[in-house]
Design a protein around this ligand. Structure first.
Ligand code: FIX
Ligand code: ZN
Length: 421
């Protein structure tokens, strides 16, 4: 239907965005068959590492050791009291908990922690997956599956069922990019015995890394190869990481037609006492991303960078290399003010050829808030763009808006990853 007024355009965009089925291309969620590895419920929501970092700021005298010794429910109660009762939950991570509680049907307020615990105590993980996927409007969530994690590896080797195909595997390979002697030790413990030295794997080592990748790709059938990498990543590099990248990972990705999803810019554990909450960011080398895309034109790169200051250059790099798809507003960028800025510059520079968001959800319930909040902001930015088009004299139809929005929230990823709709 043709939309002839700005009001009608904005209403159509809002409707399309709020009802779009989402394929979430990066999460840390697990299918229910993985048991306790799937985190869900209010205590997990409150002890999410984003909130852990914030509660230490509210309680400067509380030592990290004291906090980590507390049982999880006590940690949750402390965070609830400090950030939700004594103070208004204005941060994005705090507001996210409020959005989840409200969507689950509990009246947000000082008593909501106890009431949400009571509500969810009656639920099975499977029931909660159904409820959360419905509330969040998510149809599929890509997991982070790390064969170097002992517990997860055992789960995959045991082949425990039943599979839930709303969860899509992704083969996480950060560990391959460490110093070769340590990498070789880990691989040898799994039966992949390759040689080499500090400069990286030798021919046998290269063969074994590719055999490892092949075995796990056969086992997991991943949507892509994934790695989180530090800001100093360069390409090419004359070190262990550079040799594994150039001799193992990228040739394998090309042979298997598997996309490579690189998340670049994390500085691990700048404050080790905070554990998962202790990571920070750094400025990445966008030129390295350009060289990767230039030298490996047959590999599809999904790239997200952690520094706000890298975002414009990443859009320009994507204009130069069609095998580069920027995705998401990752981690410290997943805040309304920055999502707005990143979405606008991506639409202005890349049109609809990008993936505006992923949730990075670690707790199942977070799908609700991460997508509710993102739909709100992305919808506003999109509506501005269609209003500009209308003002320029373009014919805007609700059918085209719907089609464009579906590209952004699901189709782009499904097509580029070669997954069935
Ligand atoms: O490397 C990653 O996948 C990061 O997203 C995580 O390590 C990080 O802790 C996170 O969950 C950010 O949102
Ligand atoms: Zn992540």
């Amino acid at each position: 239907m043709r939309l002839t007024t700005e009001k009608a355009v904005r209403a159509a965009v809002r409707k399309a965005v709020d009802s779009a089925a989402v394929v979430d291309m990066h999460t840390h969620l697990f299918e229910p068959r993985f048991g306790g590895m799937l985190l869900w419920g209010i205590d997990e929501l409150l002890t999410y590492h984003y909130l852990v970092a914030e509660v230490f700021r509210a309680r400067p005298e509380l030592t990290c050791a004291e906090f980590w010794q507390m049982p999880k429910p006590a940690q949750a109660e402390l965070i609830w009291d400090e950030l939700f009762v004594k103070r208004s939950p204005v941060s994005e991570a705090c507001r996210g908990v409020v959005t989840c509680i409200e969507a689950l049907g509990v009246k947000p307020g000082p008593k909501a922690l106890a009431e949400t615990r009571k509500l969810l105590a009656r639920r099975s993980p499977e029931e909660h997956v159904d409820a959360v996927f419905r509330l969040a409007g998510v149809t599929r969530a890509v997991m982070t599956n790390d064969p170097f994690d002992d517990a997860e590896r055992e789960m995959w080797l045991a082949g425990k069922g039943p599979r839930d195909d709303r969860f899509v595997p992704a083969l996480r390979i950060d560990a391959l990019f460490g110093e070769w002697p340590a990498v070789a030790k880990k691989l040898a413990a799994m039966g992949y015995k390759g040689g080499g030295d500090a400069a990286g794997p030798d021919a046998r080592g290269i063969f074994e890394v590719k055999r490892f990748l092949g075995d796990w790709a056969d086992r997991m059938k991943p949507a892509y190869l994934a790695a989180s990498l530090p800001p100093d990543l360069d390409y090419p590099e004359s070190n262990s990481r550079g040799r594994v990248m150039a001799e193992c990972v990228l040739p394998f990705a090309r042979e298997r037609k598997l996309p490579a999803a690189f998340m670049i810019g994390v500085r691990k554990l700048v404050n080790p006492e905070l554990k998962l909450a202790g990571d920070s960011l750094g400025l990445s080398k966008v030129e390295a991303v350009e060289r990767l895309c230039r030298d490996w034109p047959d590999v599809r790169f999904f790239i997200t960078l952690l520094a706000r200051e890298n975002q414009h250059a990443l859009c320009i790099a994507a204009r130069k290399f069609r095998n580069l798809t920027p995705f998401g507003c990752w981690w410290f960028l997943n805040d309304p003010s920055i999502i707005r800025e990143m979405t606008a510059e991506r639409l202005e520079l890349l049109g609809l050829s990008m993936i505006p968001q992923h949730s990075d959800a670690r707790v199942l319930d977070q799908l609700i808030y991460k997508w509710t909040h993102s739909r709100m902001v992305i919808g506003e930015v999109l509506a501005d763009k269609y209003a500009d088009l209308l003002a320029a004299g373009w014919v805007v139809t609700s059918e085209q808006v719907r089609s464009d929005v579906d590209r952004l929230f699901s189709q782009n990823f499904l097509e580029l990853a070669g997954l069935k709709a």
